[in-house]
Structures are given as C-alpha cells and as structure tokens.
Design a binder for this molecule. Sequence first.
Ligand code: FES
Length: 163
Amino acid sequence: MTSPVSRRKFLFNWLVIAGLGSIGTALTWIFGNVWTAASRFSSGSWVQISPMNRFAPGTLTPFPEHKIAVIRSSRRIGAIGLECTHLGCLLNVVDQGFFCPCHGSEFGPLGQVYSGPATDPLPWHEVTERDGRLWVHIGEKLTRSSWLEIREPGPDQTTRHKA
Ligand code: FES
C-alpha cells in the first residue's frame, strides 16, 4: 500500500510533467506559426514596389534594390529581371532596353537578347495590384512574359494576362 505522501509526490510530478508538456506544445505552436509567417514574407515572396500611378505609359523603371525593372505600356504593366543571363551582373536600363556593363550584352525592352555573350532572354516576374500599389513576386523567375492588364479609368481595376 502506498503512503499519502508518495501519492502526493506522484501527483505533483504528474502535474509538473503535464505542465511542461503543455508549455512545450504551446511553444511549438507559436514558433511554428512565426516560422510560417516569416517564410511568407521571405525574399522568395511578394514585394511591394510602388503606387501604380507612378508608372506612366511607355516607361521602363529600374528598381535595382529588387533586381527588377517595371515596364508599362498603354494598358499593361509587367516586371523584368535585372540580372544578366550571362553571369548575373546587374543591368543598366538604356533607351533601347537593357545593357550589361560587365561584358556588353544588350537586351530589348521585353528582355529579348539583342547581342551576347548572353544567349538567354531576361526572366519576368509575376505582378499584381493591391490597394493601388504594384507588387512583384521576386523569388520566381518566369521564362515568358507576364502582364497585368490595366483597365480604364484607373489602376484599381486590373486583370491578369500571361502572354
Ligand atoms: S554578365 Fe552580362 S554580359 Fe557577362
């Protein structure tokens, strides 16, 4: 037969173990959610670029901090990667498109290769509009153009179009 003292001790130990288990479960849940939330906003995710009305039709606007350039036509907007497809140098935006200062590759305004040594066109990035601002999916490079169509009268009404 067990004594009342050892029963109390057993109960105390059981409560301590159960409490530690509950704390461990809660911490696991909290850190799991923090980790998941952090990954949603990592470099592989969407980046807010600028208000949509900043981009006038017919412009090519570089954002070297994000390694992209925003191209705006009369009714569409898109984002092209600014890393040279030869060896990855950051491209300059020039009148006719893009120029690589490292080895002289030239690209057209839609990322097409005009002259090497680069042989591959520039990648595109998916874009979207939210609350009047342009967002670009930085982490994923697309091998074909991806436009967001802009409907009149303003940039609030947009539809997706992949060419
Ligand atoms: S890195 Fe651009 S041409 Fe070589």
